[in-house]
Write a protein that binds this ligand. Structure first.
Ligand code: FES
Ligand code: FES
Length: 166
């Protein structure tokens, strides 16, 4: 057993887990953050994507002990109080989900994708970058639409902030 302490969604948390415990299980079972899903046992589906130190990570591919000391954000930490994150708002507006099982991982992967492409995204890039996230029911079309719309919204927000700061 190991003591694990990390920051999750802005709060310091700690717990004890077996060395073999995966980060996704630590989040779900020790911390009760069940928004991060487990959809496979082959590291392929992407339902478990979270952010670790600002980067998208499949939390089923990382041990909880490896995340000790890290700054983790899960789907539960993305909204700003009652205000949805722009990616969440775009998924809602463009109907980027049906059953919703893949959605937390999709949104966390999409947020990271947009952050890495502040200049904007095109459809081919979004589709290529979604390779690690599987959705069994939407056909991806509205997910791609939502990500493109969120990218546009976030780029506009960044331009507005830069103008105000100038
Ligand atoms: S549960 Fe992590 S990739 Fe499927
Ligand atoms: S919305 Fe059902 S798996 Fe993606």
């Amino acid at each position: 057993m190991s003591d694990i302490s990390l920051t999750v969604n802005g709060k310091r948390v700690s717990g004890t887990a077996e060395d073999r415990t995966l980060l996704v299980h630590f989040l779900r079972e020790n911390l009760g953050l069940t928004g991060t899903h487990v959809g496979c046992d082959t590291s392929q589906c992407g339902a478990c994507v979270i952010h670790v130190d600002g980067k998208a990570v499949k939390s089923c591919t990382m041990l909880a002990v490896q995340a000790s000391g890290s700054n983790v954000v899960t789907i539960e930490g993305l909204a700003d109080g009652a205000d949805l994150h722009p990616v969440q708002a775009a998924f809602k507006e463009h109907h980027g989900l049906q059953c919703g099982f893949c959605t937390p991982g999709m949104i966390m992967a999409a947020t990271d994708m947009i952050n890495r492409h502040p200049e904007g995204l095109d459809e081919a890039t979004v589709r290529a970058e979604l390779e690690g996230n599987i959705c069994r029911c939407t056909g991806y079309h509205n997910i791609v639409k939502a990500i493109l719309a969120a990218s546009e919204t976030m780029a506009k927000g960044a331009r507005r902030k830069a103008k105000q700061a100038a």
